[in-house]
Design a protein around this ligand. Structure first.
Ligand code: HEM
Length: 458
């Protein structure tokens, strides 16, 4: 039986060395460390990265305490005065901000993601998908990196839906800039020994240069819209016209930059990784793939999918849900204790860091049947996890992903659109999951772009 909420024993992860603690193992294999420590030592663990103490919680009751019940005591870890980690890249945007500023900006941004807008968004997503597939025509039979392809596709989806603009000519540079900056952010969080940004190392210079490029892109986007005065009813319009209820003031340029870059980055990296993992899972599970093909062929009959079609594609949606379970794009949610507090009977001192281990929760034996196996059927057979917080790919509580509905349409829609025409075949032996803020396939996933013969409907 699962533990009761008050009976957690805390285990110190063995192997800490003086000063560095568990830094070496964690930096070498962050995901493997979090998963192996949990499997060996249990649901409530403590470890150290240099001077920082971390708690790793991998039980739904603890997740609920941190993210929902005591969410006001477990805050985001970023300090706008001393930015580190993701805040170095995203500034004070929705992912990294806290308090009143976060509340106000979430109120401004939330309406763009309302369910009622999703049908129109879905049409746009499908259009972008079709454009991408047209580019694949010349590459049929070639070996491609499906992870890079999904990154470019999701990037263009977010640009077209949120900013009504195409980034197609810049995708290579943007992907590179985000890769460099996110790696830098992750290192600055996980390596307390990394040198501060003002030190002119090659690494710091590279980071500055990619950030300059991203800033230029975001400020350019804003300037262009202001100049043209065009009205697009998109996120950019919402942000530019937002006014503070009390002061009547709009967002500053810095705030606008932070929010556009946040949506841009958070809105494609996660979905792209989820899609890449899904193609990998389908390529390695032939029965599931056959059922997927049968469903998309039967329901779509060669058409481009729409939002309404998703209702009739339950297996496709289940595949996406199951992929998010096995490879959650955000495998651990990070918080800091704002005050001394008690969680699951454990005393946590102010200032310690907490990781809620989503990856571990999603594979927890006490809450799932056959947890390590890809079984999309579980979502159709009504087999729900034995606790609500054993499945939380989009987080939980007040900081739940603002793009949840968007991603839940985008993922299955693009899967159906591509799966109708292509059957990507795995062209490498081993794919390694790698944690770098999000859960990526290390080095990408090579797949052969195999066209499908769609049955002719008479
Ligand atoms: C499969 C796709 C996605 C996954 C798995 C995902 C996952 C998450 C998770 C776990 C969080 C909570 C992090 C925390 O509590 O610290 C989050 C927050 C967020 N996500 Fe997503 N996300 C996805 C897609 C998107 C999309 C498409 C957008 C925007 C278009 C987006 C924008 C955001 C933003 C702005 C936040 C911060 C929300 C806040 O703190 O108020 N995400 N996401």
């Amino acid at each position: 039986m699962p533990d009761s909420p008050h009976s957690f024993g805390l285990v110190d992860v063995p192997g800490a060395v003086p000063l560095l603690g568990h830094l070496r193992a964690f930096r070498q294999h962050p995901l493997k460390s979090l998963s192996a420590w949990w499997r060996q030592h249990g649901d409530a663990l403590r470890f150290r990265l240099g001077p920082k103490t971390f708690y790793l919680f991998s039980h739904p009751d603890l997740a609920e305490e941190i993210l929902v019940k005591q969410s006001d005591r477990f805050v985001k870890v970023y300090n706008p005065q001393k930015p580190h980690g993701l805040a170095l890249v995203l500034g004070n945007g929705l992912v990294t901000s806290s308090g009143e500023l976060w509340k106000r900006h979430r109120r401004i941004i939330q309406p763009i993601f309302h369910r009622s807008r999703m049908a129109a968004m879905a049409d746009r997503m499908a259009q972008v998908g079709e454009q991408r597939l047209a580019m694949w025509k010349d590459r049929e039979g070639d070996t491609i990196d499906i992870a890079a392809e999904m990154m470019q596709l999701a990037l263009e989806v977010i640009s077209q839906t949120m900013f009504t603009t195409s980034m197609a000519q810049h995708t290579d540079r943007i992907s590179h800039a985000l890769q460099v900056s996110i790696k830098y952010a992750f290192d600055s969080f996980s390596n307390p020994l990394s040198l501060p940004l003002w030190v002119p190392t090659a690494r710091n210079r590279e980071f500055r240069s990619v950030m300059q490029f991203m800033d230029g892109l975001m400020y350019g986007l804003l300037a262009e819209r202001r100049q043209s005065g065009a009205h697009h009813d998109d996120l950019l319009d919402l942000l530019l016209h937002a006014r503070d209820e009390e002061t009547g003031e709009g967002l500053s340029d810095q705030e606008l930059r932070d929010e556009t870059l946040t949506i841009f980055a958070a809105g494609h990296e996660t979905t792209a990784n989820a899609l890449a993992w899904t193609w990998y899972l389908l390529a390695t599970h032939h029965e599931a793939k056959a059922r997927f093909h049968e469903e998309v062929d039967r329901v779509l009959q060669g058409r481009t999918p729409t939002a309404e079609d998703l209702e009739h594609l339950p297996y496709t949606r289940a595949i996406f849900e199951e992929s998010l379970r096995l490879y959650p794009p955000v495998p651990a949610v990070h918080r800091k204790a704002a005050t001394n507090t008690i969680v699951g009977g454990l005393s946590l001192p102010e200032g310690v860091f907490v990781l809620v281990g989503t990856y571990n929760l999603h594979r927890h034996q006490d809450f799932w049947t056959d947890p390590d196996h890809f079984r999309p059927e579980r979502w159709l057979d009504g087999e729900r996890p034995r606790s609500r917080y054993a499945y939380m790919p989009f987080g939980a509580g007040p900081r739940t992903c603002v793009g949840l509905h968007f991603a839940s349409v985008e993922g299955p829609l693009l899967l159906a659109l591509i799966g109708e025409r292509y059957d990507p075949q795995l062209a490498q032996d081993h794919v390694e999951p790698y944690l770098m803020v999000t859960l990526r396939p290390k080095g990408g996933i090579k797949m052969r772009l195999q066209p499908r013969r769609v049955p002719v409907v008479v």
